[in-house]
Design a protein around this ligand. Sequence first.
Ligand code: GUN
Length: 294
Amino acid sequence: MPARLMDGTAFAAKLRERVKDGVDGLRRDHDLVPGLAVVLVGDNPASRVYVKNKAARTVEAGMRSFEHRLPANASEESLMALIAGLNADPAVHGILVQLPLPPQIQESAVLNAVAPAKDVDGFHPINVGLLATGKPGLVPCTPLACLMLAKEALGTLEGLDAVVIGRSNIVGKPVAQLLLTENCTVTVAHSKTRDLPAVCRRADLLIAAVGRPEMVKADWIKPGATVIDVGINRVDAAEAGKTRLVGDVDTLACASIAGAITPVPGGVGPMTIACLLVNTLRAACAGLGTQSPV
Ligand code: GUN
């Protein structure tokens, strides 16, 4: 039986509606409008598109969006001064510095400068440590998106064999920690893993986050497994001069074996932005000492 294709676009739209309801509640009950500040340094075309989308979704959810742009040759000091101002601004509940940064700016110094309570990317070492120790904090958006999709497909994840391909700080490691918190038995596979197909074939839940176009093949999939594809890779299309997006999973081939699978585009991607809004709402609620409804 072919796999159920998980519709990340529709699921994300429902999640954004729930965030909007939460935002409406905060305005009504606490006279508070959550605000998200996004900082873009330079003019990386992909980053510009992401930042524009994030701002549009933020406003749609009833939140305030603050966009800050610095030139590609901006100094680390000027970015640090901007972040210090945003940390101190009571209208700003979430701060996201779009990556990558230009080479003259040290990424770790910038991520460490964002107030942990406003760190909606979940990249600050305090939030990384909270996640690693299973305590509440702000969790990176893409891993949170993967977790929500996995729970949507499977209900409880307890006892499942989960395999994560990729060990990045942004996706692989945090998603593995989230799955551990859900009582999965977690394997983190990477470029030095021996017999990767055999490791993947053990997975009830397979999360691919390597950045290699269509690397995961049909015979890597355990029949009925849930497959979540984090990859967004641009490759040449059949038509000359055109490109198309593919994931890390050979979706068409794997869909005949898997139980459920996320497409690319339209799977994890839209959920990631929705999770950024979730984190902004959570940060605003935490500032009031109330529980976020989402
Ligand atoms: N660039 C690509 N992905 C991300 C992300 O999740 N957060 C930030 N801040 N920048 C990115």
